[in-house]
Ligand binder design. Structure first.
Ligand SMILES: *[C@@H]1O[C@H](CO)[C@@H](O)[C@H](O)[C@H]1NC(C)=O
Ligand SMILES: *[C@@H]1O[C@H](CO)[C@@H](O)[C@H](O)[C@H]1NC(C)=O
Ligand SMILES: *[C@@H]1O[C@H](CO)[C@@H](O)[C@H](O)[C@H]1NC(C)=O
Ligand SMILES: *[C@@H]1O[C@H](CO)[C@@H](O)[C@H](O)[C@H]1NC(C)=O
Ligand SMILES: *[C@@H]1O[C@H](CO)[C@@H](O)[C@H](O)[C@H]1NC(C)=O
Length: 453
């Protein structure tokens, strides 16, 4: 029991401490130091004229990341190299779009292995994109993404290249599934075409990983790959806390600690749906409009603090506003399960997930199984949403490692229920390594395998 309690307490304490730190930073009189130009003011993010006619995944521009990548925006990471690539992708309406992906090369890198890690950005503001928040000196508003750098470090320590795309695109279209899927797939196309800059081999093996908002992007990428990027060979995807049904999350978080996800999600959806934008503007109560729109100028931590325990229905003058046909249409379009992945999946979900409810993820698992997808699905009994990000990470990493090592996937579906994924076979050893290496990584240890095998 002791081990289990610790796994419940440590991450919760970390999240609380992080929120506390970021709240101090927000209220303090000292302005947040911005180490670098905000994406919305940075010409690197603007595509060159005529880029629309290039193929999806075309590299438009590259540069070394302007600042060191840093854990919690403070502690610089000792990578061999890190670059940003501006590339062409396609939004959910089929229009050309350009967004940025960050490519991290560890020391002693294996240029035949690339992990695409989609972060839980969960915000609708350009300065929350990982290409920006992972840099040193940008403040703590992107704290969750910044914490996920520690999971990316675990992959880098295995010698894999890690790439993390700004999959929400230039309009920060949080929760738009097709946007996220396209941008994730085109990031891989761009990275595989970047050999003369990054040394990644054009035929490198690739895999996907994401939790929560990152699982939305990874899951949509898996669903869209057979039609949108059939030439991409992806070994598999690890999806944790997968937001299959946005409405379920809206209902689950209202009046709780995580209400801030709702305005960010609605404004994210509206950014690619003019009808929804018009509708929301027509029902927002004037005195509450500015507060609602704050979700367009702050990241997840700021949104959580702004809206904590509020009822989102008090922002609008229409009862049951999500049941309007405009809203229903958008929620349905962004429900996962319309397309069938061809790649194997490792899914993990907390049965008591208080943010992304379990039943839709379980239903998706069963639907995909009946459609022939190979999946192993883990139900975790003790973890909550933020906790499973951490407790489920070791098994996800081991599953991804098996894919990169060429271990064949058992065809078909299997599922299991565990008290906590933290006690999975092999997990404790991975956590030991993770803690040991991550502490070293925080202190500037070179990221990467110590020797090439
Ligand atoms: C890499 O190759 C592309 C396409 O051939 C070229 O446009 C680009 O300048 C090259 N970059 C470097 C750094 O050599
Ligand atoms: C991948 O490409 C490299 C060089 O470009 C080549 O040596 C290697 O055999 C290729 N690997 C596979 C699996 O095709
Ligand atoms: C709701 O608010 C909007 C925007 O402020 C306003 O135009 C509209 O008349 C209001 N509707 C009702 C029924 O109060
Ligand atoms: C959202 O969920 C609520 C509660 O389960 C339900 O009443 C409503 O019809 C759902 N709306 C949509 C668009 O699915
Ligand atoms: C796990 O598999 C069993 C047998 O195949 C099935 O009855 C059960 O519903 C599955 N569990 C979940 C969570 O889908």
């Amino acid at each position: 029991m002791l081990a289990i309690d610790i796994w419940r307490i440590i991450p919760a304490a970390l999240v609380c401490a992080s929120l506390w730190l970021s709240s101090i930073q927000q209220v303090s009189a000292v302005p947040v130091r911005r180490a670098t130009v905000l994406p919305q003011n940075d010409p690197f993010y603007s595509p060159p004229a005529g880029y629309e006619s290039t193929a999806p995944g075309t590299i438009l521009r590259t540069r070394p990341v302007p600042n060191k990548l840093a854990a919690f925006s403070l502690l610089p990471q000792n990578l061999a190299n890190a670059w940003q690539i501006l590339y062409r992708t396609t939004d959910s309406n089929g229009n050309a779009q350009a967004t940025v992906t960050t490519v991290m090369e560890p020391h002693n890198a294996d240029p035949t292995k690339v992990l695409s890690y989609q972060v839980a950005e969960d915000s609708s503001y350009a300065a929350c994109a990982p290409s920006y928040t992972l840099q040193q000196g940008v403040g703590l508003d992107g704290i969750v993404t910044q914490a996920e750098l520690l999971l990316m470090d675990a992959a880098l320590d295995r010698g894999w290249y890690v790439v993390t795309p700004d999959y929400e695109g230039p309009d920060s279209s949080f929760t738009v599934g097709m946007q996220a899927g396209h941008a994730t797939l085109d990031s891989l196309r761009a990275v595989l075409a970047s050999s003369n800059v990054t040394n990644v081999q054009a035929n490198a093996s690739v895999a996907l990983w994401g939790y929560s908002g990152g699982a939305l992007a990874s899951g949509w990428a898996a669903e869209l790959q057979p039609t949108y990027a059939p030439e991409l060979k992806i070994l598999g995807a690890a999806l944790g806390g997968t937001p299959v049904d946005l409405n379920a999350t809206l209902q689950a978080v209202n009046k709780g600690p995580f209400v801030g996800l709702v305005p960010a999600g609605i404004l994210g959806l509206a950014s690619q749906n003019p009808d929804l934008q018009t509708y929301i503007d027509s029902i927002l109560i004037p005195s509450k409009r500015d507060a609602f729109y704050k979700a367009k100028s702050q990241c997840l931590a700021g949104d959580i603090l702004e809206f904590v325990f509020q009822d989102i229905n008090t922002y609008v003058n229409k009862t049951d506003f999500l049941n309007d046909p405009v809203a229903v249409k958008v929620l349905n379009e962004n429900h996962m399960g319309k397309y069938v992945p061809k790649i194997p999946l490792h899914m993990y979900h907390a049965i008591h997930d208080e943010i992304v409810p379990y039943p839709p993820a379980q239903a998706l698992y069963q639907q995909y199984c009946s459609q022939g997808v190979s999946i192993d699905f883990t139900t975790d009994e003790l973890s909550e949403h933020a906790i499973l990000l951490i407790t489920g990470s070791a098994s996800a990493l081991l599953w991804l490692e098996a894919r990169f090592n060429g271990t064949p996937v058992t065809p078909g579906c299997s599922n299991r229920t565990v008290a906590t994924s933290a006690l999975d076979p092999g997990a404790l050893q991975v956590f030991g390594e993770l803690i040991f290496n991550d502490l070293g990584d925080l202190l500037g240890k070179p990221l990467g395998p110590l020797s090439i095998t």
